[in-house]
Design a protein around this ligand. Structure first.
Ligand code: DON
Length: 303
């Protein structure tokens, strides 16, 4: 497969969509990002990585971090987390409160904000430092020791974090958090603030294409667990747009409001695309279009 050639075809095809949509506004430190950027990378099963455009430019991973924190909890704790968070699409916005009350403080899935807070809470209990554990893992998998938190983004989100604080307090009232709300929020905001490039994320998500095997050949997840994470990405990774994402792209994918999307072709490769302009559901406009083109061009999807 000529990955480099395919990436260049895809980048040319989506050029007119780069800059469309809106850069995330509700975290002020993200609102300043230049919308006209686009990068895309593919990491194959051997860890060889190919890229186009701004593929080496770091950006805020935001909700993409939720995939990795879930994997770290499953790796340490097995299936116990599913007692505290479901795995059904929510059909609601990623930061919605509405389902939590009538579902007794148990979030629909680990990728909406409420579910991710539960996962981070568990990772905090298991490691005593959830966000640093995650950063160390991402550094190792992407072979990039320079990966770092972005304090300005973490503080900006903390200052404007009333919605996430509400979700966390509400779940705490149902006994669905093990750690104090401020601790959970702090680790969640810092994990979301990590800056990575398309290159870094395509490599870091390699274990999902390798059926659970890490970059060094060690096992993070069983084959079954890797299948499970990919399945939840497919059904819930792009929130209330997951149906449309599956329809257009046909791959497990996880988006973030920084404009990145990681997508997995199990047994073949991991992709990451980034372009900061978002649609109204919080997914990158040019990013979804690029993945749509990639799977159409290659004929590779899970379907
Ligand atoms: O908690 C938040 O709202 C952000 N830190 C992350 C949201 C996000 O990335 C949703 N993705 N599309």
């Amino acid at each position: 497969m000529d990955y480099q050639g395919a990436l260049e075809v895809v980048a040319a095809a989506v050029r007119s969509q780069v800059g469309q949509g809106q850069v995330a506004q509700y975290i002020p430190a993200l609102a300043a990002v230049e919308a006209g950027q686009f990068g895309m990378a593919v990491a194959d099963m051997n860890g060889d990585v190919y890229g186009v455009g701004d593929w080496e430019e770091p950006f805020s991973v935001q909700s993409i971090s939720k995939t990795f924190s879930l994997a770290l909890v499953l790796a340490r704790d097995g299936e116990a987390i599913w007692q505290r968070v479901g795995r059904e699409p929510s059909g609601n916005a990623f930061n919605s409160l509405v389902q939590l009350e009538y579902e007794n403080g148990v979030p629909r899935n680990p990728f909406i904000n409420a579910g991710a807070l539960v996962v981070t809470d568990r990772l905090q209990t298991l490691t005593d430092d959830a966000s640093t554990t995650l950063l160390d893992f991402l550094r190792a998998e992407s072979d990039n020791p320079d990966l770092a938190f972005d304090p300005a983004v973490a503080l900006s989100e903390t200052e404007h974090g009333d919605r996430n604080a509400a979700l966390a307090h509400f779940m705490a009232s149902y006994g669905n958090l093990e750690n104090p709300v401020p601790t959970v929020l702090q680790h969640y905001f810092w994990q979301c603030s990590i800056r990575m490039s398309c290159r870094d994320l395509a490599l870091a998500g390699g274990f999902l294409a390798r059926h659970g095997l890490r970059a060094d050949g060690g096992r993070l997840l069983s084959r079954r667990e890797a299948k499970q994470v990919n399945a939840v990405m497919l059904t819930c990774g792009t929130y209330d747009a997951a149906g449309n994402f599956a329809y257009r792209v046909g791959l497990p994918g996880k988006s973030g409001v920084g404009g990145g999307i990681v997508a997995v072709i199990p047994g073949r490769c991991t992709l990451c695309v980034w372009s900061p302009g978002l649609d109204e559901r919080g997914n990158s406009v040019a990013g979804v279009a690029a993945l749509d083109h990639f799977t159409t061009l290659t004929g590779w999807s899970v379907f």
